[in-house]
Ligand binder design. Structure first.
Ligand SMILES: Cc1cc2nc3c(=O)[nH]c(=O)nc-3n(C[C@H](O)[C@H](O)[C@H](O)COP(=O)(O)O)c2cc1C
Length: 318
């Protein structure tokens, strides 16, 4: 299979880039355990952070990736420079115009991915020469589109192109991984399932809230972006755990953008990881999280996908 052969993986899982969650430690742990870990470089990080965490990720001696926010690279060319110096095996550029950077990354020998939320997004990625397209459904955690769920999107993109396709959004265990592999994806692009790993940067109050949450507890919107003032384009909202801050401001996002007190409250709440005020990004698969596993334990769980594929062919018995 393209993914496992290209990067020498034993499990067809990419640990999706997650800002404030997947630093060097989680990235290295996922890569060391046979998946492909990815550093989540949000728009607010420094180039120094990318270099430091990238070095930690690389220390596993295995291929790893880095995910950049495409919309912020024009304002932060130093992010791309740091990435080019590190030369990770895979770079994803998602959410915004990534086309100016594809050639530069290819010249450095780096495989390029992007997350597509619609078939039109996927068509653009094919035209731009992207090497692997992530069919990222609306049930996914973090930022992206809320347009189409993973399964219809995955099928449509697989019908569209021969470029390798990864499935992202709602893959919470080996059953889901088996489903997308059976459909024709080369692997899973998986974030939420790693949120409570011991190696993740997730702060303790957020971890506790994530572990309590069930599959109905997420919301999608731009409330937290309006409060954060990080500069997110309005077309990309985020999926996070519902809380009092979201409920207060949903429907009043334009007003929120100019509310200094609410901005301060959000920043303060996020710093403390206060579940009532912070943006705790998570997908609908959050309900499946039960403890504080190591990344290697999560990957061992995903590695049993073959049992489900065999059972599907054997009338239900593994
Ligand atoms: C906490 C969190 C942070 C995220 N940060 C990023 C990011 O920095 N860059 C990015 O491209 N995607 C980011 N995403 C989206 C993921 O790359 C991926 O699309 C998503 O996690 C897949 O769906 P799942 O969460 O249902 O597994 C983030 C997702 C989560 C849950």
């Amino acid at each position: 299979m393209w993914l496992t052969e290209k990067f020498g993986l034993s499990v067809p899982v990419v640990g999706a880039p997650m800002a404030n969650v997947s630093g060097g430690r989680l990235t290295a742990a996922i890569s060391a355990a046979g998946g492909l870990g990815m550093l989540g470089a949000g728009s607010a990080v420094s180039a120094e952070w990318i270099r430091t965490e990238g070095a930690i990720a690389a220390a596993a001696g295995k291929p790893y990736g880095i995910g950049l926010m495409a919309w912020s690279v024009a304002d932060h060319p130093e992010h791309l420079e740091a990435v080019l110096d590190l030369r990770p095996a895979l770079v994803s550029l998602s959410f915004g115009d990534y086309t100016p950077y594809v050639g530069t990354l290819h010249e450095a020998g780096i495989v390029v991915a992007t997350q597509a939320g619609t078939v039109a997004d996927a068509r653009e990625a094919v035209d731009a020469g992207v090497d692997v397209i992530v069919a990222r459904g609306a049930e996914a955690g973090g930022h992206g589109r809320n347009a189409v769920a993973t399964l219809p999107l995955l099928q449509a993109i697989l019908d569209l192109t021969d470029v390798p396709v990864l499935a992202g959004g709602g893959i919470s265990g080996p059953r889901g991984l088996a489903a997308v592999l059976a459909a024709g994806a080369v692997g899973g692009w998986i974030g939420t399932a790693f949120l409570t790993c011991v190696e993740a940067q997730t702060k303790e109050p957020a971890r506790r809230r994530i572990l309590e949450a069930d599959e109905t507890d997420t919301v999608y919107g731009t409330v937290f972006d309006a409060a954060s003032r990080a500069g997110w384009p309005d077309e990309f909202g985020g999926r996070a755990l519902r809380n009092a801050f979201f409920d207060t401001w949903e429907g009043h996002e334009e007003e929120l953008k100019t509310q200094d007190a609410a901005h301060d409250d959000y920043v303060d709440g996020t710093r403390a990881a206060d579940p009532a005020r912070a943006s705790i990004y998570a997908g609908q698969g959050v309900g499946a999280l039960t403890g504080r596993p190591t990344a290697a334990e999560v990957l061992t769980g995903f590695a049993s996908y073959g049992d489900y594929l065999r059972a599907a062919l054997n009338g239900g018995s593994k």
